[in-house]
Design a protein around this ligand. Sequence first.
Ligand code: ZN
Ligand code: ZN
Ligand code: FE
Length: 804
Amino acid sequence: MTHRRSPRADAVPTPAGGRRALRLRVSGAVQGVGFRPFVHGLATELGLAGEVRNTAAGVEIELEGPETELANFTVRLVDDAPPLALIEDLHVEEAVPTGRRGFCIVPSTQGSRVETLVTADAATCPDCLRELFDPEDRRYRYPFINCTNCGPRYTITLSVPYDRPATTMAGFTMCPDCRREYTDPSDRRFHAQPNACPACGPRLTFLRPAAPSERLQGEAALAAAVRLLREGALLAVKGLGGYHLACDAADTAAVARLRARKHRDEKPFAVMAADLDTVRRYCFLSAPEAELLLSPRRPVVLLERLAAREAALADGVAPGVTTYGFLLPYTPLHHLLLRDCARPLVMTSGNLSDEPIAFRDDDAWARLGPLVDGFLTHDRPIHIRVDDSVVRAFRDRPYLLRRARGYAPLPVAFSGADREILAVGGHLKNTFCLTRGGRAFLSHHIGDLENLQTLRSLAEGVAHLQGLFALEPEVVVHDLHPDYLSTRFALDFARTRNLPTLAVQHHEAHVASVLADARYTGPVVGVAFDGAGFGPDGTVWGGEIFVGRAGDLHRAAHLETFPLPGGDAAAREPWRGAVVLLDHLRAAAGEDDAWLADCLRRLPAGDNLLARPWNAVLHMARRGVRSPLTSSVGRLFDAVSALLGLRHDVAYEGQAAILLETTAREAVRRRGLPRSRSEPAWLEAATPFAAGDALTLPIAPFVRGVLADLDAGVEKSEIALRFHHALAETAARTAAALADAHGCEAVGLSGGVFQNLLFLELACRSLEAAGLRVLVHRNVPANDGGLCLGQAETAAARLRAGRS
Ligand code: ZN
Ligand code: ZN
Ligand code: FE
């Protein structure tokens, strides 16, 4: 955006008939992003008269002046819009000139229908950062500095239109200096709703749970927190969307203490570093990854570690994996903390294992007090809790693993429906969405719906998003699983409002999600590989290949089923899957139990397996006692991980599969990606066979291949890579054959297994080699965090087809 004054701006007298008037209606993310000041500046620069106001529908502009300037204005309105603005629609209509003079910003009007977008929270901008560390600036080291280009938005917004009284800043009265900035159209803080300074704004407080009556404020509070962190203590820090638990990321004892107190055994912690140079001391960093780290969304970015031992943080930060999740400071308080501590800090969500992150001060104090040595907090309330987003770079573009802060509540485009839809998502990594027209307003990451607190977050989240965008769902969509808490919530919600409901199968929703994400409407082959989802045939699905379109998908192939003795216990104990797979092979080969015992003995860490109640588990599996059949590719990954002795029990969902990927990457580093399409030798046997009306991808060849390689002394990492490659190649060949048979030009890849970027790359290569277009996720995660979008897409398609 330019502030250069046009030489024509002063030429107010215009030739007769040259003066016209326009009314412009702008919708999109145009409130709280400095849009009205920008409009004011542009109109003034071009010498145009009129006014601008926020409405519930967006921003409305009345303009009057010479024709050329008006045309100029409409072009530059779009081209030079402020960095956080997102114009979705611009409606221009002719109005009657009234000969008015000057341009002004008028107070907001309340409209009946809210169309405008509340924007996402944005990281401190470069201008504010410069002021933060400028001793001459009146906001020098003020932890709440912000402007129209940065700062809190979604997390402080109570309702729309987005104006100060509708935010959690309502309780702070601006001092004369702040008021002057706020009302000066030429100021960067003109109508910046969270505008504040040390004289009038929020204040830092430090307290210790051990002595809660001793409070420190301002610089003293910050100094006490920094001292604590440098001494290896644990600190709760209030951020944008909730509290973090922080400690020195290089301090082994501190990190171990954090793990113990948080009851989090092995799941990696996110680490905040002051700048890119610090990140480069620990990780490989490509240009697109650096760009992701620096973006105003400031997500956690998963990065490959450097191999050198001295490039390591404390062991407990990310045990067993070769990545670190780094993020850069995104609030002024983070910048101050990181600069003063001068070391990377663990910044993990402030909760106990699976609970939602704490964001209300009293709740945080009650829940986190016992875990930490100190609290660094402040008096600007957080209205809605939002976790940090997590992203990786895949083929140099963002690939989301968790969509939350910085993204929510911005909508994602989908095929659209006439009726407003509520899609409640799945069970794990829950997100929901509400739709209007072609926009799906996706919630932030709610979490695993395994306790009442998370369920309450879902209910509150739905109510809040409904309020923000005045959405009144007319159809409610849920997973086919009758016992998911999300399903029960959906049925309750629909019953009390007398709304129709629609159940969508889990993996059909995954495929529809990637179709919506890629905006693809043609017929496709859809591959949904993940952990587990309810199948209509009574088996647990998770390795499914469909043909068709969103809303009309047919299961054309799936992984051969195998029993999961103990059900959910089998997901936590991958060794059970390993035993079951060996038994599968034994039966196929016509061998006896002695053969099986011998197999177990020969496995790496076989003694460990033999010490387990493997006989009892086999018994259960063979007799079908509490042993649902599954076609889950996620469980196959787990079982292979256990066969290789990488992991027999898991501390978090997906851990065994992550270790298998990590191990396979060692081989990739050594010899690159597999080139030949016929490598390894055991791939040839993995040909799908027809059974019933769907193809079956056999599992025996994979198990046989792994065992043969182990017997031949092939290195584990090589075997892990061969397994990845063989499975990707088999899936791709099957998908290609189906695409050929059904006239599809594209293949969509979705489901939690595709968080494994090595597997994703191998699958993409195989499919591309077959001349197919590959659709991958970009705007929502491939895991269950993207499920709600697929549910909405499916419902929209069925509504269009009149089959709801
Ligand atoms: Zn700023
Ligand atoms: Zn002030
Ligand atoms: Fe899933």
